[in-house]
Write a protein that binds this ligand. Structure first.
Ligand code: ATP
Ligand code: MG
Length: 687
């Protein structure tokens, strides 16, 4: 299909958005109106019609899953080498590419580590525990505060002047120490992936010029969920050329808790007065009934931009609302329905998606799906990379390429068991802090003998000697061979058998570890240019050494936790948050109860509007059928609780709902309770 033919398939407004290339462009439109389609077509248009090199184009999406889907779609449009060097990634991966290209300028050494939120928390715990015993809640609060500062571009040295109370003063001091330690470990955290590039581009005109030469056109999907620093990254890169297209929907802004600023939509118009705004109104995804439900629900929120979405797909089936006795019955119902519906509708497993508010809701469902032998894929749950055995193996790899990676050290120093106790580790840690070196580094120091009993020194020595030996063998020849030998020599398998409840489990875990090493080997064989994700990284920083391959794997591990490539035929299980941008023929939305959707915290914090947008996102994922389920009773905080149906159900058009299992008359007490609750919610909104 030629680009002209492809354009002809789009509606006039979409075509206008694709063809407008001379200035900044914003497509503002509701769900399913073809915003993402505009982005993919526009990439093809820029390359095939405007002769722009794909290398100069960067498209940014919200999740890895979305990035992969977009890559696929664009891949089908571009032929042969046309797509070579194109960047389609998340903001985080884009930031990572910039960091890798600017390692020296930023003052990091090659083979740097990326701390995932758990790693970061461990470091914060250490730092905070120095002064006083702190609990998990305090650590979480400080971590959230630091993250917020980073997203708002407040650097460690500046936080103190932003702090307004004692808690924030404390957090600001931890933030400073945290920043220093990360740097000493040659590590960055998640938020740094955006913060560091932005801060660099702001202060270093040469780096800015370099990246402006590299990226000539940017496209951003789900723009309503960008935070301050992400927006600044786009702005810095595009300020001069003013050539970018962003698409978004303020009604789908659901990441305020992660610093998203839907106001960025307004800011964009202020920063770029020539911004062309295009609105799309036809929805190509859902039936009229589903769309009406979505529109009616979201009409309860205040609006800056009025949108009217319509569909010519016909009304289709009514939306079913299924009331169940308790949560187990709810899960049972969803699973058994998918089983029968698949046959009735001649559908495939992958045509079904079950969406829920929190991951914990998936547990019962998983059991039921397993019971019926329904294949499913759980996103965001225990993915490959979050398995313990994989985390262990990754920690070994991390330590091998970066001896300063203390988190990796701590994870494996006693795995398999080496009789190195917490007392020893604590003394080692104190010693390392005094000397300003890493834990692994500290093990090599002679002074340790004065501090620790001989036996402890010997045990630590055996461990470091072992790792050093592997490192030497890696440098001396076949690195992968050395890694495989390492796993065998320390008999990691025996350790798995000791710790598993059944031999088959241990067997599977060991197989996972070998799979990981196979992946590593494959990744080394691939030329760096083909991996796709580092097109923007400067070519001279890394060769395809084992370090590069491990570092890629580590980074992928952290960035793609849930995004294991998997296009097999399975029912999709995911949170409403993770479902953004996706679509499925048949959608089940679970848990339409007060305190769950809207979530209890949101009711308390007065952010019910964001929950309503979340429900809007969920509903608009459905193409043909939509089923909402709820339970009358649910276990919460260890107790069986009566549930009240979600206020959002009252906001849906009654004539489009087909209820099942609802008691003839609602218990008047419950109705009253809901009224009270809703009032409380509204009151807190007004406060
Ligand atoms: P969301 O807000 O949920 O991200 P979106 O606005 O990005 O939605 P898309 O995912 O691009 O919408 O499109 C929704 C569906 O409509 C897709 O299946 C897409 O292929 C289809 N579509 C988009 N534009 C057209 C068109 N002009 N004609 C027919 N189908 C279209
Ligand atoms: Mg989209």
């Amino acid at each position: 299909m030629s680009i002209q033919q492809r354009l002809a398939k789009l509606n006039p407004r979409q075509q206008e958005a694709v063809r407008y290339i001379d200035g900044p462009c914003l497509v503002l439109a509701g769900a399913g109106s073809g915003k993402t389609s505009v982005i993919t077509s526009k990439i093809a248009y820029l390359v095939q019609e405007c002769g722009m090199s794909a290398r100069r184009i960067a498209a940014v999406t919200f999740t890895n899953k979305a990035a992969r889907e977009m890559k696929e779609r664009v891949g089908q449009m571009l032929k042969g080498k046309e797509g070579h060097g194109l960047t389609v990634s998340t903001f985080h991966t884009l930031g990572l590419n910039i960091i890798r290209g600017e390692l020296k300028t930023l003052g990091y050494k090659p083979g740097f580590s990326l701390f995932d939120p758990e790693d970061a928390k461990a470091l914060l715990r250490d730092l905070m525990n120095k002064d006083a015993q702190v609990d998990a809640e305090q650590i979480n609060a400080v971590q959230a505060q630091i993250s917020q500062w980073k997203n708002d571009l407040v650097l460690p040295g500046e936080a103190l002047s932003h702090a307004v109370d004692d808690d924030q003063h404390f957090a600001a001091r931890v933030y400073e120490a945290y920043g220093r330690h990360l740097k000493a470990y040659n590590a960055v955290d998640f938020d740094d992936l955006i913060l560091l590039p932005v801060a660099l581009l702001q202060r270093d005109p040469e780096a800015l010029a370099r990246w402006r030469r590299k990226i000539h056109y940017m496209l951003v999907d789900e723009y309503q969920d960008t935070n301050v620093s992400q927006y600044l990254l786009v702005k810095l890169l595009m300020e001069e050329r003013k050539t970018f297209t962003v698409v978004g929907d303020d009604d789908q802004s659901i990441y305020a808790w992660r610093g998203a600023r839907p106001e960025n939509l307004v800011t964009l118009g202020e920063d770029f007065p020539r911004l062309k705004v295009i609105k799309l109104e036809q929805n190509y995804r859902s039936t009229g009934t589903i769309l009406r439900a979505a529109n009616t629900l979201i009409a309860n929120n205040p609006h800056v931009y009025e949108k009217s979405l319509w569909s010519d797909m016909g009304d289709g089936e009514a939306i079913r609302v299924v009331v169940n006795r308790h949560e187990e019955a709810e899960a049972e119902r969803v699973a058994s329905e998918i089983l029968t519906r698949r046959i009735k509708e001649r559908a495939e497993w992958r045509d079904f998606a079950v969406l829920y508010r929190g991951n914990f809701q998936a547990r019962l469902l998983e059991l039921k799906l397993q019971h019926y032998q329904i294949p499913y894929k759980l996103s965001g749950g225990t993915s490959f990379f979050s398995r313990n055995e994989i985390k262990d193996a990754m920690a070994y790899l991390r330590l091998l390429i970066n001896p300063a990676d203390d988190n990796a050290f701590l994870r494996i120093v006693n795995v398999p068991r080496r009789e190195i106790g917490p007392g020893t580790l604590e003394k080692l840690a104190n010693y390392a802090t005094e000397r300003g070196c890493s834990l692994f580094g500290a093990c090599h120091e002679l002074g340790l003998e004065q501090l620790l009993p001989t036996r402890a020194v010997e045990r630590l020595g055996r461990f470091t000697h072992f790792i050093d030996g592997v490192r030497r063998r890696m440098d001396g020849g076949d690195a992968i061979h050395a890694i495989r030998d390492m796993l065998r020599e320390m008999d990691y398998e025996a350790w798995l058998y000791q710790n598993a409840s059944a031999p088959t489990i241990a067997e599977r875990r060991m197989a996972n570890v070998w799979t990981l090493i196979d992946q590593l080997e494959k990744s080394m064989q691939r030329a760096p240019d083909e991996t796709g994700d580092e097109n923007l990284a400067s070519e001279d920083t890394e060769t395809d050494s084992v370090e590069a391959a491990i570092s890629r794997l580590v980074l992928r591990d952290i960035l793609e936790q849930q995004a294991e490539e998997d296009d097999s035929d399975r029912v999709q299980l995911l949170t409403m948050h993770a479902s953004k941008g996706l679509e499925f023929p048949h959608v089940y939305l679970m848990g339409w109860e007060e305190e769950l959707l809207p979530h209890r915290n949101a009711i308390e914090a007065g952010t019910v509007e964001e929950e309503r947008r979340l429900a809007y996102v969920g509903i608009t994922r459905a193409r043909r059928t939509l089923t909402l389920t709820l339970a009358r009773q649910r276990k919460a905080y260890g107790e069986l609780m009566d549930c009240i149906q979600s206020r959002f159900l009252d906001e849906l058009p009654d004539q489009d709902l087909a209820w099942e299992g609802r008691a003839d008359k609602e218990d008047p007490d419950k109705k009253q309770a809901r009224g009270k609750d809703a009032l409380a919610g509204i009151r807190s909104l007004l406060n």
